[in-house]
Design a protein around this ligand. Structure first.
Ligand code: SF4
Ligand code: SF4
Length: 218
């Protein structure tokens, strides 16, 4: 199923807001979802941190299980045999005011912005919505910014083998977020230079930036 165009808003304004929320941590994406509930019906495990106590209290114990590889207290909320979140009732989130931070953060416009795709089989509703999003451009510079974000994302996808194991995230939404985090660096490294560094040097610079960011959060 395809849907008509959906207004994603002004690109550079969206990009600035997304950069800020990626830097400042938990917030709330203001996505004009309309009637779409794609991400609540797309076979996604939703990680919930131990400090999200209100959320955990609202979800029946039987629906939560320990998150593999994470410290005690981190849990996952699964989905039913049709890929739906069990907290989706009558097509609305039954715990909306206390929904997980992951749900608050999720903004499928990152896929439209980066060109990174989701699985069209298990996440068809999200894929359709992503196809429908249309950004406006405030200026020619805004259009150019979008091109750079897409190029940064394409670089990450094409050059996975240049990154040390585990340095690039596995989930498409995390890879898209990373592309947005590093697109300025990517532009500095590749833009308007007589000699563009080799791909391996660009990958190393990105890995250094990822490490600096992780260290700063400790
Ligand atoms: S898939 Fe996108 S538009 Fe649909 S509910 Fe999720 S965030 Fe909103
Ligand atoms: S908790 Fe609510 S917002 Fe999150 S996936 Fe489930 S129904 Fe959707």
């Amino acid at each position: 199923m395809t849907i008509g165009k959906a207004d994603a808003g002004a690109f550079s304004e969206w990009l600035r807001g997304t950069e800020v929320s990626l830097q400042s941590g938990p917030g709330e994406a203001k996505v004009p979802c309309g009637a779409c509930r794609g991400c609540c019906r797309s076979s996604m495990f939703i990680p919930i941190k131990p400090e999200e106590t209100k959320t955990i209290q609202r979800i029946p114990r039987a629906l939560l299980f320990p998150a593999p590889g994470l410290p005690k207290g981190h849990v996952l909320l699964g989905y039913d045999d049709q890929g739906r979140c069990p907290m989706l009732v009558d097509n609305e989130c039954s715990i909306y005011e206390d929904r997980p931070q992951t749900c608050r953060d999720y903004d499928c416009r990152v896929f439209a912005a980066t060109g990174i795709t989701v699985d069209p089989e298990t996440q068809a509703e999200i894929a359709n919505r992503v196809k429908a999003w249309a950004f406006d451009y405030e200026s020619e510079g805004s259009r150019e910014e979008h091109t750079i974000v897409r190029e940064a994302a394409a670089f990450l996808q094409k050059n996975r083998d240049l990154f040390t194991k585990g340095s690039l995230p596995g989930y498409p939404v995390q890879l898209a977020a990373l592309a947005i985090t590093i697109y300025r660096l990517f532009a500095e490294l590749t833009g308007e230079k007589l000699t563009v560094p080799p791909d391996a040097a660009i990958a190393q610079a990105i890995m250094n930036a990822i490490k600096r960011r992780k260290d700063a959060r400790k």
